[in-house]
Structure formats: C-alpha cells, structure tokens
Design a protein around this ligand. Structure first.
Ligand code: APR
Length: 182
C-alpha cells in the first residue's frame, strides 16, 4: 500500500471501513439514514446498530457533523458529515466542504480522538471536482491541526489510485501551497 505523509496528514489507497483508527468519517446525506457509496459500505461493515443510533440523531445539516459508535467496525467512532452537492461552485460549495472537515475535526477533538480517517467527501455521487475537493481538504485539515494538538494522525483514504495521486501531488507541495488549484 502506497503511503505519503506530511506532518500528521497521510494519504493512502484503501477501504475506509478497514481502518484501525479512533474514528472514521462518513460522507452521509442529511437524513443520516444510509445511502450508497462510502455511506453504504460503512453501514454494511458496522452492522444494523449503526442505523439504529443514526435514527436517534435527527439528521444533519450540510457541512455539519455528528458522532456515533463504530459497532462492528475496527474504528471506535463514526463521525457522520454531509458534504455539499456540486452545483457549479457558486453556491458556497467550497466553504460547505471546508466546514465538513473543520466540524468533523472539532467534534473528534472534543471526544479525545487521536486518529481519524476521511474519505474524499462529496466527490462521488455529489460530483464535487476531485482536485478542488482535495485542495480544500488538505488546506482545511492542515489549518485545523495547528490548533488541535491532540490529533496525532489524519488519514485521507482514497478508494482509487487517481484520488491517491491527487492527494500525493498536494501533500508533496511545501506548506501553504495546498490550495494552489482552487
Ligand atoms: N472507502 C473509502 N472510500 C470510498 C469507499 C470506501 N469503502 N466507498 C466509496 N468511496 C469513495 C468514493 O470513491 C468517493 O471518492 O468515497 C468518495 C465519496 O463518494 P460517495 O460515497 O458517493 O459520497 P458523496 O459524493 O459525498 O455523496 C454522498 O452518497 O451514498 C450517498 O448517503 C450518501 O447521499 C449521500 C451521497
């Protein structure tokens, strides 16, 4: 498995449901009641108790985040966040996507979580352009980590090699240039 790390941020290719971290992040929808893509994979791997807990949460706004137990997952927690649907970029999509990363990390820090894995939020069914999304993810997480000292490891879990290459290109750049392509 290919690995590239810059400080506390790492990008790998893999299946997020297999990650042995304190928390994995789910790219959910506002109902939090499951879906396809990474959401479906997480619910399948965690088992039906995850959906039962999600039913008690009353949904989640776009850009916001909520936490549940991980049940059958190797991860102790699942942080459910809702990415924006891409509508061309003029409807606040960039900021909403940044909020997903920011709010997920804040929630993680408030629970004493040390390691967390993110999927490429919004870049599947929600059609957010992949390079642009990765630039926002790395810039936002990098900024947050400066203030969240207890978060030791953030893993960007890329499902395919193309996504991994995008993250490698960004993480390979010197600090401060991660948002060059925005
Ligand atoms: N591990 C890691 N990444 C995965 C996995 C997995 N097991 N399965 C899919 N992915 C990747 C996809 O390849 C994509 O890069 O997750 C990324 C996000 O894609 P989606 O799951 O389609 O999420 P998103 O674009 O945010 O759309 C959210 O999809 O399933 C529904 O309920 C979900 O309605 C919501 C919408």
């Amino acid at each position: 498995m290919e690995i590239l790390a810059v400080g506390r941020m790492t990008a790998i290719q893999g299946d997020i449901t297999r990650q042995k971290v304190d928390a994995i992040v789910n790219a959910a929808n506002t109902t939090l009641l499951g879906g396809g893509g990474v959401d479906g994979a997480i619910h399948r791997a965690a088992g039906p108790e995850l959906l039962a807990e999600c039913r008690t949460l009353g949904g989640c706004s776009t850009g916001d985040a909520k936490i549940t137990q991980g049940y059958q997952l190797p991860a102790r927690f699942v942080i459910h966040t809702v990415g924006p649907v891409w509508h061309g970029g003029k409807q606040g999509e960039d900021e909403l996507l940044a909020n997903c990363y920011r709010n997920s990390l804040r929630l993680a820090a408030s629970k004493g979580i040390h390691s967390i894995a993110f999927p490429c939020i919004s870049t599947g069914v929600y059609r957010f352009p992949k390079e642009r999304a990765a630039g926002i993810a790395v810039k936002t997480v990098g900024d947050c980590l400066k203030h969240l000292q207890d978060l030791e490891k953030v893993i960007f879990v890329c499902f395919g090699p193309d996504d991994l290459r995008i993250y490698q290109n960004i993480l390979g750049k010197p600090e401060g240039q991660a948002d060059e392509k925005r």
